[in-house]
Design a protein around this ligand. Structure first.
Ligand code: C2E
Ligand code: CA
Ligand code: CA
Length: 693
């Protein structure tokens, strides 16, 4: 039966087994007969070992790919299998290719028996260099990852979807809240403090349910202090795991703390700034509403701070603000707030107050602690406060209303003469509304020709002749009617509109003077009032000089009336401007003498020509010795300094007689004439004759 005829290779090519091997050309498959001659060699073998199918077929296994040293193992092993059925186990083995190079393979073997009952060994060799490469890659990647972990200050936690920690990486074990053996196998939620655990729980759910990722911040008390962390949670659905990356953000937190400090606190005094103070005010009001309590808002303005700042310099001013802030802070309860609203304005918030009376006790206490001088650079400075108080709920139920009303009340405290406090009343609101209306109407008033300059005669006390006039401004507004200068001048100063308005007065008064002198063929002096803020106009001097030139007037026909307030600003440009006017020959007059500080030093320091005694003293000279003595002393003193004296507000014959007796040079007042419009003034001055009784 047995036909011992050599196996023809072609007879086997149709073998379904070969067909299958032909398909898998990525894997090397070889077939050998009982004599180890190649009967099958697929494409995978061609590329792995370098022999073509034609080259390989019929060759002996050991001649092709088995290195010599292995012959003694492989040849007997094959024969053992063929004859004794002892299988050759699969193994890793290094074979040779056609070029004589090593080829690492994982070789497995199967034995088939063919139709002719011949045994055929098939070897399936997997190229291990690929696998090795993959393995090396895996090792490399792992090492790289380790290096990344090592270099990263972040903490990595690998968790199950249930939050059980299965692995971690930490560059520095110190940054772990508890040692690894205490958390591996446990849930984050079990090992962290409750408030942090809750955050983890919440964000695990977020990451798992929808977003896939979630991040949040938390802080932990570590042995070396409070540490701020940022956690990023990623769901790895393929691995059914959660990755948590935790970063120490304490530094970042610190710098954002600094930014916060800048945003909410005043850098100079370190008090809450306007923004934070108003926020606290709203909070206080919410609380007061909830608990049915009263609260008070104090609006505090330092008196005459601008003068100190201008005369002693900003550095001293800054130190003074700091000292004042500290003093205010030391005077209030811990639960109350002192904030700086800006400039020299502060706010004090007093919670849970029983009555207005309580608020006035606190206000008194605040005024009191400022009686003690503040020591700045070895200097002792007295600072006083003006306090405006608004009460919750009587004076408003929201922050802006209470702030506004306390501000209004503060103005009232200033009007009371400073170093005082004032409770808000509804009437004050009326005053403020009026102020706003005036401010609004004043814009455009010049263009609408609503201003007119009136003139009041100045008389020589001895001769009773008109020697000049004072220009006094009048304003008639279409909607507000007549507004007195005492009311609108301070507002014009405040808004800066005093500069164009003041220029209008100077222009009008000087061209009127020219006209007046022309029609009367007489020489007169024109007195014009200048307020402190007009000196801020750098062009003031040139403006005046040009008009004098254009109107062909001598400089000494103009007299500028200024108050002590101008000099007290201490600004160098004020002194310079006054000096320029003096050099030009313009006369300078100290107005309202007796009402302010009445400091003699100013009279000596600046080149004044005239002293104008305030009408409040003139009013009293015939009534009380005090006023008479003061006027007498003022006249004597002015004369000794070479100044002429003007008495203003003369209303009665008796006053004039007394002034003459005291040696007063000039007088002005209703007794002679009220301020009148230009044309009327011309008529008046042409026929002037005082009717003395
Ligand atoms: P002032 O400089 O002290 O002006 C004198 C004020 O006393 C004027 O008030 C005048 O009408 C008033 N007066 C004059 N004689 C008598 C009198 O016998 N009895 C009484 N009771 N009052 C008398 P007026 O015109 O209302 O001005 C008030 C203040 O407004 C002025 O006080 C001055 O400081 C300021 N002012 C007026 N016009 C101007 C101006 O053009 N520029 C500036 N900067 N201020 C002005
Ligand atoms: Ca005046
Ligand atoms: Ca005056």
């Amino acid at each position: 039966m047995k036909i011992n005829k050599p196996i023809s290779h072609s007879s086997l090519t149709n073998d379904p087994l070969h067909k299958m091997f032909d398909e898998v050309d990525a894997i090397s498959v070889q077939g050998y007969d009982e004599e180890r001659r190649v009967i099958y060699w697929n494409a995978g073998s061609e590329s792995l070992y370098g022999y073509s199918k034609e080259e390989a077929l019929g060759q002996k296994l050991e001649q092709l790919i088995i290195p010599k040293p292995l012959w003694e193992h492989i040849i007997p092993a094959h024969s053992n299998w063929v004859h004794n059925n002892i299988e050759i186990p699969a193994s890793e083995i290094t074979l040779l290719n056609k070029a004589g190079e090593d080829v690492n393979v994982f070789s497995s073997h199967v034995m088939f028996v063919n139709q002719e009952n011949k045994k055929q060994m098939y070897c399936v060799d997997i190229d291990l260099s690929d696998v090795r490469y993959a393995q090396e890659q895996a090792i490399f990647k792992e090492k790289m990852l380790e290096a990344v972990f090592e270099a990263s200050p972040d903490l990595f936690f690998l968790m199950t979807e249930e939050g059980i920690i299965i692995d971690y990486r930490a560059h520095d074990k110190k940054s772990l809240y508890i040692p690894p053996n205490k958390f591996i196998g446990k849930s984050m939620v079990d090992v962290l403090p409750e408030h942090v655990a809750n955050k983890f729980k919440l964000h695990f759910n977020r990451a798992l349910q929808q977003e896939g990722e979630a991040s949040f911040e938390y802080e932990l008390a570590m042995p070396y202090g409070m540490v701020y962390f940022e956690a990023r949670i990623s769901h790895l659905p393929d691995n059914k795991q959660i990755l948590g990356i935790v970063r120490d953000i304490t530094e970042r937190h610190k710098s954002s703390e600094i930014i916060r400090q800048h945003a909410y606190f005043d850098t100079l005094t370190l008090l809450p700034n306007r923004f934070l103070a108003l926020d606290r005010l709203s909070q206080m009001l919410n609380e007061a509403e909830r608990n049915n309590e009263c609260a008070a808002v104090f609006f505090i303005d330092l008196d005459d701070f601008k003068k100190v700042n201008d005369s002693l310099g900003h550095e001293v001013g800054d130190k003074l603000l700091i000292a004042a802030a500290n003093r205010l802070n030391s005077a209030i309860r811990k639960e109350d707030t002192v904030g700086r609203l800006g400039g020299d304005e502060f706010i004090v918030l007093i919670r849970d107050i029983k009555s207005d009376h309580d608020a006035s006790i606190i206000a008194d206490a605040l005024l009191n602690i400022f009686r003690e001088p503040l020591r700045i650079d070895g200097r002792e400075l007295i600072l006083t406060l003006s306090i405006g108080i608004s009460m919750y709920p009587q004076n408003g139920d929201n922050a802006s209303e209470l702030l506004r009303n306390s501000d209004i009340a503060m103005y009232q405290a200033k009007a009371l003469g400073r170093n005082a406090y004032s409770f808000f009343t509804k009437e004050m609101n009326v005053t403020m509304l009026r102020r706003f209306e005036i401010e609004e109407q004043m814009h455009g008033a010049l263009e609408r020709n609503e201003f007119e300059v009136y003139y009041q005669p100045l008389l020589d006390v001895k001769t009773k002749k008109i020697i000049g006039a004072e220009a006094l401004l009048r304003w008639h507004n279409h909607s507000l009617g007549h507004i007195t200068p005492d009311e609108f001048i301070p507002i014009a100063e405040h808004t800066g509109l005093i500069i164009p308005i003041g220029q209008f007065v100077i222009q009008q008064a000087l061209s009127f003077l020219t006209y007046w002198q022309q029609v009367t063929q007489n020489k007169y002096v024109m007195a014009v009032n200048l307020s402190p803020s007009q000196f801020r106009d750098k062009e003031l001097f040139n403006f005046v000089k040009n008009i004098l030139r254009d109107e062909n007037l001598t400089a000494n026909s103009l007299e500028l009336e200024i108050t002590e307030g101008v000099l007290m600003t201490g600004q160098s440009y004020v002194a310079e401007t006054l000096m320029q006017f003096d050099l030009l020959g313009v006369k300078l007059s100290m107005d309202d003498f007796g009402t302010g500080y009445s400091s003699l030093s100013y009279l000596r320091q600046y080149a004044f020509d005239v002293l104008k005694i305030d009408r409040s003293f003139i009013n009293g000279i015939t009534l009380n010795d005090e006023d008479r003595n003061l006027v007498k002393a003022a006249i004597a003193m002015a004369h000794s300094l070479g100044l002429a004296v003007v008495a203003e507000g003369v209303e009665m014959h008796g006053q004039l007689l007394l002034l003459e007796e005291l040696g007063c040079d000039f007088a002005q007042g209703f007794y002679f004439s009220k301020p009148v419009p230009a044309e009327q003034f011309i008529t008046l001055s042409k026929n002037y004759k005082l009717d003395e009784p």
